[in-house]
Write a protein that binds this ligand. Structure first.
Ligand SMILES: [Zn+2]
Length: 478
């Protein structure tokens, strides 16, 4: 058998963060009573007409802008026909050609900067949910989710390993959450992917016959499913058994994929333009506005953090915590010392927030308070140790760090006059040591600094004390 390589492409669905559904004004919020968020449009009543949610269009276009896609100023919706109990219309409203965004992509720094190309991004609505009541032997339908806006991001088959896929998905997830395009809660299925996977002899340009693994919403399961599927297909080849184009499901308990149905081709869906909706316009003016509102991407923040000497692991900790980058950016707007802020976040804020199971921006230690704390340390007004001791109270009660430090009497004395007075007395009291310093024993400086700190009961700013002592000692008559 020739050496085989895997060819993998992804289709990612992300639920857009809009208040209402894609074609009606029902709320998108989850966790309500079954069928309480439905109307004649999203429950597929005859004669009901859909109306497009403009916010969803903007979020899709914004995603495209962030991912380097071309935004089409004209795209249309089509009906994708298939029959499921939880699809009330008997079709999904999706986009075939042209979709709202085409092309784009990004690099994977941990996979030798490989560039993954996007094929397209399009808008579509979600289906409802079937609830299987085993006790009563019934299947119930809940349409609350029906009509929820989704974007589907389709990649080219550029991946060759599970590691590349997982790196891509994590980075995409970070970008979408950062842009506030989606909440991205994996456990709620708000960010989920289908994996198309085939094998081919290495060096071949052929794509091979693929299977599709549906609906994975865990990065770990993605990796496990691909590993299993590659081995399964290799065995099929070894036994000269044909690979069947089919849709499979991953069972995380048994760690295997199982056939669900034979995979449909686009023509099986009988796509045709949705006659009830006009085309989707994205005017040049809208596009210009969206561009101007695009925030700094996590990629750029990553570069900033890495350039500060943080390790990739530390950067990942900040990036993987939802809202941590926003927190960092907000704190930076109050005090522009990124390294000091990142250190305080990594060592104090993020661990504390994690212990309380809340997001950084929800804590009482606001970005502004952390910025104040960082400034006190940077100015040498507060020793790092004292700052770390104060932090629990700031975190718990949102106390102002400066007021708290004053109250506790731990502010460092940066009053040069007061320090100088102490230093003058010290040098007078220790003439022999002062002489040794003048004769080149510079190490003796630490003796003076130590004594001065002792006499000020730890309140003197040690850096300033050192500077003043050096100046005085050097001006001693020899
Ligand atoms: Zn509705």
């Amino acid at each position: 058998m020739p050496v085989m390589e895997s060819v993998i492409g992804l289709e990612i669905h992300a639920q857009l963060k809009t208040a209402t559904k894609l074609f009606c004004s029902c709320p998108t919020s989850v966790g309500s009573e079954p069928n309480s968020h439905i109307c004649e449009v999203c429950s597929g009543q005859p004669g009901a007409l859909p109306r497009l949610n403009a916010k969803a269009v903007e979020l899709a276009a914004w995603t495209g802008l962030a991912l380097g896609s071309k935004i089409n100023n004209f795209s249309i919706f089509s009906r994708k026909n298939y029959f499921y109990p939880d699809l009330p219309n008997g079709f999904q409203i999706s986009q075939l050609t042209p979709p709202i965004c085409e092309g784009g992509g990004f690099t994977l720094p941990e996979s030798e900067n490989k560039f993954i190309r996007l094929n397209r991004i399009h808008l579509e609505d979600d289906a409802g949910k079937c609830i299987h009541d085993k006790q009563r032997g019934l299947t119930l339908v809940d349409l609350n989710r029906a009509g929820t806006p989704l974007i589907e991001i389709v990649t080219e088959p550029d991946f060759r390993s599970p590691a590349e896929v997982v790196e891509f998905l994590k980075k995409l997830h970070t970008i979408l959450v950062h842009l506030k395009v989606t909440e991205g809660r994996l456990e709620e299925g708000e960010f989920r992917c289908d994996i198309n996977i085939s094998l081919r002899p290495k060096g071949s340009e052929d794509l091979g016959i693929r299977s599709e693994i549906k609906n994975l919403n865990s990065f770990r399961h993605v990796s496990q499913a691909i590993k299993y599927e590659v081995i399964r297909q290799e065995r099929q080849y070894e036994r000269s058994e044909p690979i069947i184009q089919e849709t499979r499901l991953f069972d995380p308990v048994r760690q295997e994929t199982r056939a669900l149905r034979s995979k449909e081709e686009a023509h099986d869906y009988r796509y045709f333009p949705q006659p009830d909706l006009p085309s989707v316009p994205v005017s040049p003016a809208t596009l210009a506005r969206l561009k101007s509102e695009l925030p700094c991407l996590p990629e750029e923040t990553t570069m900033v953090l890495l350039s500060l000497g943080l390790t990739r692991e530390q950067v990942a900790i900040i990036q993987n915590r939802r809202g941590a980058i926003e927190y960092f950016e907000a704190a930076k707007s109050f005090f522009d010392e990124p390294k000091q802020l990142a250190t305080l976040m990594l060592e104090l804020l993020l661990p504390a927030a994690l212990r309380e199971d809340i997001y950084p921006l929800e804590t009482k230690c606001t970005p502004k308070l952390l910025a104040v704390l960082a400034k006190l340390i940077t100015d040498n007004t507060l020793s790092r140790r004292a700052a770390y001791n104060l932090f629990p109270e700031i975190f718990e009660h949102g106390t102002d760090p400066k007021e708290l430090a004053e109250l506790r009497g731990v502010l460092q004395v940066s009053d040069a006059g007061a320090i100088k007075a102490l230093a003058v007395d010290l040098i007078k009291a220790h003439p022999n040591e002062a002489k040794k310093y003048c004769n080149g024993q510079e190490k003796i400086l630490s003796f003076f600094v130590g004594r001065l700190m002792q006499q000020s009961q730890g309140a003197a700013n040690p850096k300033l004390a050192g500077e003043i002592l050096v100046r005085l000692l050097k001006s001693q008559p020899k």
